[in-house]
Design a protein around this ligand. Sequence first.
Ligand code: LLP
Length: 432
Amino acid sequence: ITDQQLNAAGHLTIGGCDALELAQEFGTPLVVYDVQQIRQQIRAFKRVFEENNVDYAVSYASKAFAAIAMYQVVAAEGGHADVVSGGELYTALKAGFPMTNVSFHGNNKSREELVMAVDHHVGTIMIDNFHEIDLLAAVLEERNATINVMLRITPGISAHTNKYIQTGQVDSKFGFDLQSGQADEALAKVLANPRMKMKGLHAHIGSQIFELAGFEGVAKKLVEVAAHWQEKFAYQAEVINVGGGFGIRYVKDDHPLAPEEFVDAIIKAIKNEIEQTGLSMPAIWIEPGRSIAGPAGYNLYTVGSRKDVPGLKPYVTVDGGMGDNIRPALYEAQYETVLARDPQAKTIEHVRLAGKYCESGDILSQDQALPATKPGDVLAMLDTGAYGYSMASNYNRNPRPAVVFAENDKAQVVIKRETLEDLIRLDEPYQQ
Ligand code: LLP
């Protein structure tokens, strides 16, 4: 937290709004986004492409955080969006997001989802498997429609990240295998279908990646496949989509490149490879999720109970936990947390920041340095904007928090806090 983020009272501000006042006005747990930060990151990505003079799309991977307001901001910044379900697609539609700028991903899209995509003229279907080629062909026939498609391949590159969020290794559920000729077979099928307009190829190697090598490797691999397709099928790819996965800094020990620096290196790697093949330069698409939504998000919690264990770090418990951020429990993900009224206060103790859920694993941080805290203090967990609210649950029948967008000293609720009534909305009494 820099001095610029403190107001005259020394409190943390988000989008110019005092974090304590936000907690007061909207209650906790609360998810707050600094909207300018979302905009700045999208702009930084776009700038890199423009400086390198290549056609591009910055397609926000909306699984990181999907809400009508978020799609509105992305659209306003000229970003594209990548959706992975009928639910995300529906939200984008309701936000008025331009459907031509939507890509639809997923390794088991249902018939209903494909119908929805075709009927609403979604820009690109990212085809993942043979079943989907047939299903989409049938839907297009039935609706008498055509659609742009791209093929997702499995590049056979292992990214150094948590094994649950690796996706590019050979043994992955996603995409067409290269070695066995599946990708060629898929291309032949797509090219043979006049209702499918083949735009290019896609790969995604994983998430929260820090090393450049994996991205350069995937860039090289995709150009190799494009060159092979040109040679074997006389098919020239218009788009190379390298996916997302640019790592962000969660804790002090993380030292990733800036997200746009990863992209700069990818662009250069693709240009370099293309020169050696004689292909014409394709457009380059990226799909960042975490790097756009993550750093912009804050989770505000109120401190409640405390348990001191002789010789061990105390448990300081907040009013949220794994229901609003499951990442620590699921991936051992780490975050930094500060005291909202004095974010730069001196450390007086290392604590375990516990959640309120009935589960021992519900620990938001195993080791958080904090000043002295007391019940009622507001804590701000930083960089929670990606895969936090979007993976939230009603475990223990806790209502999900509200989400607020803060910008230019103003705050607006963009997702309401769930009420107890919401929790039983779908329940039906059992007639026994
Ligand atoms: N494109 C594709 C095809 C993807 O599968 C993903 C993420 C992205 C783009 C965006 O990746 P990002 O830039 O956000 O790293 N729940 C996990 C992350 C799962 C990522 C799944 N796919 C987490 O909380 O870390």
